[in-house]
Design a binder for this molecule. Structure first.
Ligand code: PLP
Length: 426
């Protein structure tokens, strides 16, 4: 039955049987008991699916992952402890020491650090390209040992929109998958798999939870990348895994299951970045209203962006929904119903004006967060992107006076009034 996305938000992933709990049960248990050690042995050999230890898998998490999988139109999915863990796993599952990835330079600061510094110490190199680079620049970024291309549908906080089809075509021409972090639009506003992305990641901490209640992440596999056709590049998926009794993931689990099974059985086993089932339960409550909340976030984002754009104290506004925005055309293509509630802008008065503005807001509160029901704001150069020098900041599309305002789902009029009074104090 082809259902609409709102129905999947509410009912996806978990369909109770006769006399079963209506709400997804929280399996608050580290372990599962078995009658025979032979039975348990089969689980360890991945010959049978089942649960034995929550560091690897938990039924609550799997029900919520299944909902996110349905929302994105994938074939398999998993939850992780955070968005950082999701992006790390998605990349490290197919690229390690001696390998290389191509990434958009307009990405979340944490992901930039992960790729530019931490994964580099693990022997993985990354070439960053501007999201609006030329085809020649994109082409030149690839190497023989490139294993993946990475980007964000809407970059946090630069608000650049990724041309998913173009990046997917370049990745596929080089025999590697495109990984897209779809945190900001959520599948309600964009489904990257429909545009050629092979792996989709999320910080569920943001709109999916939506209430600032639980840190979490998710990885969805589209099942569309043919690992066997590029077997030399992806031996981890296409040759026996010595750490798992010689299982060949693509043979045993098919293209639809290989990627997520490998990430679960190797990376979850060894790194243990599991989401707690309590948090998965909270995430699921958030998902139930995602399709109702996203339009209000977008409505507020659009109204605030339009208000700021005509204000004399504002030097620039970035919001892909604004006609004239550098990414407006791409937004119309990939995000026809709106993108997200996050608006970035700068001040004629520079950094000092930004700080004064933030101090004066009453409804909008200063928080290292975006994308929850309550409006919040952040000064990236002072917070998330603090580790970067000015050159790196500019490459990420950030200026020292830039404020990122994440419009919540409050009444539009009140948000505008709050912003207007804060601007009056400058
Ligand atoms: C917040 C964020 C992350 C990191 O997620 P956490 O849940 O904070 O670990 C990754 N990507 C994007 C686009 C984000 O906004």
């Amino acid at each position: 039955m082809a259902e609409h996305i709102g129905t999947t938000c509410v009912q996806g992933g978990y369909r109770p049987g006769d006399a079963e709990p209506r709400q997804v049960p929280i399996y608050q248990s580290t372990t599962w008991k078995y009658d025979t050690s032979e039975h348990m042995g089969k689980l360890f050999d991945l010959e049978e699916s089942g649960y034995f230890y929550t560091r690897l898998q938990n039924p609550t998490n799997d029900a919520v992952a299944a909902k996110i999988c349905e929302l994105e139109g994938g074939t398999a999915a998993m939850l992780t402890s955070s968005g950082q863990a999701a992006n790390f796993f998605a990349i490290f599952n197919i690229a390690g020491c001696g390998d290389h990835v191509v990434a958009s330079s307009a990405i979340y600061g944490g992901t930039y650090n992960l790729l530019a510094h931490t994964m580099r110490r693990m022997g993985l190199e990354c070439t960053f390209v501007a999201p609006d680079c030329t085809d020649e620049e994109l082409e030149a970024a690839f190497r023989l040992n490139t294993k993946a291309v990475f980007g964000e549908t809407i970059a946090n906080p630069a608000l650049a929109v990724l041309d998913i089809e173009r990046f997917a075509a370049a990745a596929h021409a080089h025999g590697v998958p495109l990984i897209v972090d779809n945190t900001f639009p959520t599948p309600v506003n964009c489904r990257p798999i429909e545009w050629g992305a092979n792996i989709v990641t999320h910080s569920t901490t943001k709109y999916m939870d939506g209430h600032g209640a639980a840190v979490g992440g998710a990885i969805v596999d589209a099942g569309t990348f043919d690992w066997n056709a590029h077997a030399d590049k992806f031996p981890g998926l296409t040759t026996p895994d010595v750490s798992y009794h010689g299982v060949v993931y693509t043979e045993r689990f098919g293209l639809e299951g290989a990627f997520i099974t490998k990430a679960t059985s190797q990376l979850m086993r060894d790194f243990g970045c599991i989401q707690s089932p309590q948090n998965a339960f909270l995430l699921n409550l958030g998902l139930e209203s995602l399709h109702v909340r996203m339009p209000q976030h977008c409505k507020n984002g659009q109204a605030v962006a339009e208000f700021l754009q005509q204000h004399p104290k504002i030097s620039f506004v970035r919001y892909p929904g604004l006609p004239g925005d550098a990414y407006h055309e791409l937004a119309q293509k990939y995000l026809p119903q709106g993108g997200c509630g996050v608006v970035s802008f700068g001040f004629n008065g520079g950094r000092a004006a930004a700080e004064q503005f933030m101090k004066s807001l009453r409804l909008a509160q200063i928080a290292t967060h975006v994308a929850d029901a309550r409006t919040c704001c952040l000064h990236p150069a002072n917070a998330t992107h603090r580790q970067m020098n000015d050159e790196e900041l500019v490459a990420c599309g950030i200026t020292p006076d830039m404020v990122r305002l994440s419009c919540g789902i409050e009444s539009t009029e009140d948000l505008i009034a709050d912003i207007a009074q804060a601007l009056d104090t400058i």
